[in-house]
Write a protein that binds this ligand. Sequence first.
Ligand code: SF4
Length: 93
Amino acid sequence: MYAGIPRERIPWYPTIDEERCRPAECAQECIAWCPQGVYARLTDGRVVVAQPYACTMGDISCSFQCPFDAIHLPSQRDLRRMLKAIRQELETP
Ligand code: SF4
């Protein structure tokens, strides 16, 4: 739950720009940084957002770890809009 809303209803999590992501040329800082296990490396070598809803709401610190600026998260403004829209949806009978 976040702010009274089930976490799985809030689409707030990182996305990886596949064109920028270069796991063979970095230290996979995203995986090392995230204590929630949001990122994972697949057997084919790609790094993906494996557990998006495990992401700590509002925490964008992982995006600063990536040397290739491949990680993006919604802004605080986007988050406020999301929460407002979800609340309205939940309150609609
Ligand atoms: S997102 Fe950034 S830190 Fe993570 S594997 Fe890709 S390039 Fe490396």
